[in-house]
Design a binder for this molecule. Structure first.
Ligand code: GDP
Ligand code: MG
Length: 317
């Protein structure tokens, strides 16, 4: 069943909305040493919505030209750069790629990169190359107004104490591990603040681990991670990511629950979608807005509006 006010959108209007969303690209610069879980993170969070099988992001071939993202999932373009901890020559090459991308502009003359996502291994003790990278490579090449586009993830939270204090049954950290992870976030935050004056609140999570189709550990804090990602994207772009969110809902189930991240994500996407509707069909957007306001306390209502709209838009092709 379709969310009532949305059924008034004509096919023509839906097609226009669809086209605009399709043209909206989100460019993510992914940075982190080999093996920290960059590919796993992208695979756990996102998937293609058009291709039959989910194109798995891995150690693929590096495109020859700088104009093609390393992986592209319709709206989402991922630029993958190890950029740390390989050989000095390789590091230099990766850093040049980062600098180049940070100065690149899209067709609207806006910065190409929407989000700089630096991933660290929560089990590691030494983040010195990451600190250097932020201080000497990322920040000097980023406009001051774009500094809030940096996100730091501490992945493999389950392995931060070599697997100890990770509650496998409930898929969450025990208090001792929570303490360790919070300490780690704090350390990274203070160090960056000291080095650069920048205040970044890192998020710890697990992308999970699959081997030969077997789930060895399940993802943790991915809904939270998604809400952090959306927060850092320009508002117009948030709706575009909705099509590429992984349909496997179990990936998003376990979180620290300090906040209702699911609701945050839904509200953020809906509000961005509403902006598209407003541009194309202002009167209907108004009706949807009023309808939602009267029932805004019901998260299912929001979910329903998004699901309806996304499926209407997709059918409108
Ligand atoms: N236990 C655990 N293993 C992970 C996690 N994330 C990634 N891995 C494993 O770490 C290895 C390297 O991950 P990969 O995504 O290829 O790293 P990349 O080189 O940064 O792209 C793989 O064997 C993953 O399954 C996690 O959150 N927990
Ligand atoms: Mg990889």
């Amino acid at each position: 069943m379709t969310y009532a006010p949305l059924s008034e959108l004509s096919n023509e209007e839906l097609r226009k909305i669809h086209n605009r969303i399709r043209q909206t690209k989100i460019n993510v610069l992914l940075v982190g040493g080999t093996g920290v879980g960059k590919s796993s993170t992208i695979n756990a969070l996102f998937q293609s919505h058009e291709k039959e099988s989910n194109a798995v992001v891995g150690e693929g071939t590096t495109p020859e030209t700088m104009d093609i993202g390393d992986y592209e999932l319709e709206n989402l373009v991922i630029w993958d750069t190890p950029g740390l901890g390989d050989s000095p020559e390789k590091d230099k090459e990766h850093q040049e790629k980062i600098v180049h991308l940070l100065h690149d502009k899209d067709e609207n003359d806006q910065p190409l990169i929407d989000l700089v996502f630096l991933i660290l291994d929560a089990g590691s003790r030494d983040f010195s190359s990451a600190y250097t990278l932020i201080k000497d490579v990322i920040l000097p090449n980023l406009d001051e107004s774009d500094q809030d586009r940096i996100l730091i993830g501490l992945n493999q939270a389950d392995q931060a104490m070599k697997g100890h204090y990770w509650n496998k049954e409930e898929n969450k950290p025990e208090p001792k591990l929570v303490e360790r992870l919070n300490e780690l976030s704090q350390t990274v935050q203070s160090r960056i603040k000291n080095d650069t004056g920048l205040d970044i609140d890192p998020i710890y999570y697990s992308a999970g681990c699959m081997m030969g189709g077997e789930v060895l550990s399940r993802p943790y804090n991915l809904q939270k991670l998604l809400s952090f990602i959306l927060d850092r994207l320009p508002k117009k772009k948030r709706a575009a990511i909705a099509f590429n969110i992984n349909k496997n809902e179990t990936n998003f189930q376990s979180n620290d629950d300090n906040e209702n991240y699911q609701e945050k994500v839904d509200k953020s996407i809906l509000s961005s979608l509403m902006d598209y509707i407003k541009d194309i069909a202002g009167d209907i957007a108004k009706k949807v807005g009023e309808e939602l306001k009267t029932r805004a306390t019901d998260p299912d209502n929001i979910k329903w509006a998004i699901t309806s709209l996304l499926s209407l838009i997709k059918k409108s092709k």
